[in-house]
Design a protein around this ligand. Structure first.
Ligand code: FAD
Length: 626
């Protein structure tokens, strides 16, 4: 019998320890094993990713490659520069593998990519083996055990988890790896469509990432930031399985009390160097740390700690349950999960700066309508960390430079942008986080933004974060602000959260003038004025949320999809509501005035449809009415 020739495709699992997929590949007792990574143009051009996350990815790849070489001098992580959909059919012919093995990816794009690759494998007679390993439980199994529906609470996840069975125990890293086989690449490279490039704003140099399938030297080398045209990263946080395992050891062995008694609400969003939570999220994202290993090691600490140990949802184990909850919600809803439109579990709120949508598919295009210029300015000021509210600005500047902020810091800035200040669409904020977080995880980012905007998972919109008192609760002296906003360094604690209240003499003493809008006109030695009166905005947003809740529309409602929701809301003069905008996608082409018919004055029209099958059917063509 021919001994298996296995391609092991690394993607969401940049580690050797506790990898059920890698173990499945090794259980085949292969003659040859090619550990490869495909440099997928989808992530390079069509998904947002800032330089800090790219750096973290390259760190993880380099570390993994060195670990592979330690086990077999002839092997390493071989990077191939082409989209997997076009590359694999050629590899199947050229390398003649018998098997392709990889870790399951339940992200919306991941699913469609893997279906295409599996089809090509079937056609080439290559056997595909897929193993879950990215979450505590297989997210698809959780959905199945939850009646085909998304998990919208920890209790739902735990109930489904109970039915799915115990969380698997982690498996050790392999101690040896087979040799790789020959790797001819004497076939034509399909070059990617680089436009539109969602990451163009991060590139300061020329993008040469697709120079040859095996790279410029033909040695399957890992890419560099220079090849991508990116400037050096600004984050101090570095990736790699080695760093991840060291951080986990330190957490479990040196900080046993901390790990056993961790209560998330008691950790400070203002603490830095070191931060108050584990900062393991980017390692989980790239699969450099197994979440099941984390779970079991924390579980053992908690079990031996006895009385006084914390429990979910506040405990460390509770934190990774949230992660699984969002993964299973996304696994059930697919692409709809990432947006309001077409999503039956997401409340419709007439936010400013709504997403443009593809008229055929109903999916967001990545662009947005500017329905109100003032809201656009607020959004730009929020992004740049120049809102004039130092607590918000410090957090946004930390995000922009380091790519990570504490969970409650994320709460503050997300609430401020959406229901607690600007009334800007949560999808705008999620896109900024997608670009800038080093731990950006589609399921967790989307789910948490929905939570904070009170459109899904959480409904208590009357609980609003103040950009002044919330920060003061944790950090009276404003140390986080002083760290990130040097222009306010010398401001006294009395004014550090509200510098606009400083009389001229205090401004003189602190060496700063509070003036301008922080964008084009800002001068050295100045800090911007607040962009609005927060108390006033909080009141406006809260009453607008109340109206949106009363209207009771969800993303899949006809009125949301065809734009006839507007009569359910008072005119923009009376309350905060999405303004009129010019549609430029021909979305109105079929719309007559009679589309106003059937508006029922506000009885909740939410029809929850069930599981994935309902949602995978193509959304109706939208008639977006501005
Ligand atoms: C608006 C917003 C956007 C977010 N976007 C992301 C994202 O893109 N990726 C991401 O991993 N987390 C995201 N989170 C969740 C959370 O803020 C981060 O997981 C956490 O701050 C990471 O820091 P840590 O590793 O120190 O967390 P710890 O408190 O040490 O928790 C341990 C692990 O539990 C998981 N976890 C903790 N809280 C959550 C949560 N609320 N949801 C999901 N998983 C959680 C993470 O994997 C984390 O590493 C977001 C939160 C908000 C409010």
């Amino acid at each position: 019998m021919v001994k298996p020739r296995v391609i092991y495709w690394f993607r969401t699992d940049l580690r050797l320890h506790d990898s059920p997929a890698l173990q499945a590949a090794l259980d085949l007792e292969p003659d040859v094993l090619w550990p490869i990574f495909t440099w997928d143009p989808h992530y390079v051009y069509k998904a947002r990713g800032g330089v800090n996350r790219w750096q973290f990815l390259l760190d993880c790849q380099n570390d993994l490659s060195q670990s592979i070489t330690r086990l077999n001098k002839k092997s390493k992580l071989f990077v191939l520069r082409e989209g997997p959909q076009t590359l694999f059919p050629k590899l199947f012919k050229a390398w003649k593998p018998t098997h392709l093995v990889f870790e399951k990816d339940t992200d919306a794009y991941g699913r469609s990519r893997d279906e295409a690759v599996a089809k090509a494998a079937r056609e080439a007679g290559v056997q595909v083996i897929v193993q879950p390993g990215r979450t505590l439980w297989d997210s698809d199994e959780i959905v199945k055990q939850h009646g085909g529906k998304p998990t919208m609470s920890i209790a739902q996840l735990q109930a489904a988890g109970k039915k799915a069975g115990p969380i698997a125990k982690p498996m050790p890293a392999p101690t040896s790896l087979p040799d790789p086989g020959d790797m001819p690449v004497d076939f034509e490279q399909d070059l990617p469509e680089a436009k539109p490039d969602l990451n163009a704003n991060c590139r300061s140099g020329q993008d040469t990432g697709y120079k040859g399938i095996a790279g410029p030297k033909g040695d399957f080398a890992i890419e560099t930031l220079e090849e991508l045209g990116f400037s050096p990263a600004t984050t101090p946080h570095r990736g790699g399985e080695t760093n991840a395992l060291k951080a986990l050891d330190e957490l479990i062995e040196k900080n046993t009390d901390y790990a056993a008694t961790f209560q998330k609400p008691k950790t400070s969003p203002a603490q830095f160097s070191p931060q108050s939570t584990t900062l393991l999220s980017p390692f989980f994202h790239f699969g450099a740390l197994s979440v099941r290993l984390f779970y079991w090691r924390v579980h053992d600490v908690v079990a031996s700690y006895g009385r006084g140990a914390s429990s979910p949802p506040e405990s460390l184990i509770g934190q990774v349950l949230f992660r699984d909850m969002y993964f299973a919600a996304q696994a059930a809803l697919g692409q709809s999960f990432a947006q309001t439109a077409t999503n039956p579990y997401c409340r419709f709120v007439p936010w400013h700066l709504p997403s443009k949508r593809d008229a055929e598919t109903g999916l967001a295009t990545g662009e947005y309508h500017i329905d109100k210029q003032e809201a656009e300015v607020w959004f730009q000021r929020w992004k740049a960390g120049v809102t004039g509210f130092p607590w918000i600005d410090a957090l946004m500047r930390q995000l922009n430079e380091e790519g990570w902020i504490h969970h409650l810091g994320r709460h503050s800035v997300a609430c401020f942008l959406t229901r607690g200040g600007c009334y800007v669409d949560w999808e705008r904020g999620a896109e900024v986080f997608e670009e800038r977080l080093i731990d950006h995880e589609p399921a967790c980012n989307i789910g948490n933004w929905q939570w904070l905007a009170c459109v899904a998972f959480f409904t208590q919109y009357y609980r609003c974060y103040s950009p002044v008192s919330f920060g003061q609760k944790w950090d009276k002296n404003g140390d986080l602000i002083r760290r990130w906003i040097p222009e306010l360094k010398k401001v006294s604690a009395k004014y550090i959260y509200e510098p606009w209240k400083m009389p001229p003499s205090a401004q003189n003493d602190a060496g700063v003038r509070v003036t301008g809008d922080g964008l084009s006109t800002q001068q050295d030695g100045t800090y911007p004025k607040p962009m609005f009166d927060f108390a006033e905005r909080r009141g406006i947003c809260m009453s607008a949320m109340k109206k949106a809740y009363a209207a009771g529309l969800y993303g899949n409602d006809e009125k949301v999809l065809d734009g006839s929701w507007r009569p359910l809301f008072p005119s923009p003069d009376e309350a905060e509501v999405m303004g009129e905008y010019e549609s430029d996608y021909g979305e109105n082409a079929d719309n007559g005035d009679e589309d106003q018919e059937g508006v029922d004055g506000g009885s909740p029209g939410h029809k929850r449809s069930g599981g994935r099958n309902d949602l995978e059917s193509k959304p109706k063509r939208q008639k977006m009415k501005p």
